[in-house]
Design a protein. Structure first.
Length: 202
């Protein structure tokens, strides 16, 4: 009987320690959350600024010969209209997002609206495996899309050179390009580019 009477104080002590631990962990979580929130608050503007600079550099790279560009929203998508130093249309660029092996792959694509050919493709962001899928960032892989017709198949192993050991990443880029180009062609055929004069005089 004496042993049973000693059990209650022990249980009460364990409960107090348990709740004390919960309180400590809660306080630590709140402090950590506050620190992370403040860090994000100060870091986010810089991250966004860097992303904007990366976007601008990519537009210039995929639209050779432009001096400036204008952004145009069509059906909820942003297109960048590239202009030369005389204000003439050079082409249009837009961002493509595709699901890669490790995460989202973001790329910028430039198109000559007159010849209906790709003028350049630049990977902006990716989380692919180093040494494998990350090779989509290599110039030989990106440069192969330059000059391709919008009507091409974009199939790895057929008209696209795939990266050895990175079939998923290669196909993600190719499929992303083809799907976005099909959407672009639909917008062109529907006449939605007419009002922004994407096919200006050369």
């Amino acid at each position: 009987m004496g042993h049973k009477k000693e059990g209650k104080p022990k249980r009460a002590k364990h409960l107090r320690e348990y709740f004390r631990l919960i309180l400590v962990l809660t306080v630590i979580s709140l402090i950590s959350g506050g620190v992370l929130a403040q860090t994000y608050k100060f870091a986010n503007p810089r991250i966004e600024e860097n992303r904007e600079k990366d976007t601008e550099r990519a537009i210039i790279e995929v639209l050779p010969g432009i001096s400036t560009f204008e952004s145009v929203a069509i059906d909820g998508q942003i297109f960048y209209k590239g202009l030369d130093d005389r204000g003439r249309d050079v082409g249009v660029a837009f961002i493509v997002e595709a699901g890669g092996f490790q995460g989202v792959i973001r790329m910028m694509v430039g198109v000559d609206m007159e010849s209906r050919q790709i003028t350049g493709m630049k990977i902006i962001e990716h989380l692919e495996t180093p040494g494998l899928g990350a090779r989509i960032n290599e110039s030989w892989f990106q440069d192969q899309f330059k000059g391709k017709s919008l009507n091409d198949k974009f199939i790895p192993g057929e008209d696209v050179d795939a990266i050895t050991g990175a079939t998923v990443s290669s196909r993600a880029v190719s499929d992303g390009l083809k799907n976005s180009i099909n959407r672009l062609l639909d917008l062109i055929n529907s006449g939605k580019f007419t009002n922004v004069d994407m096919e200006g005089d050369r």
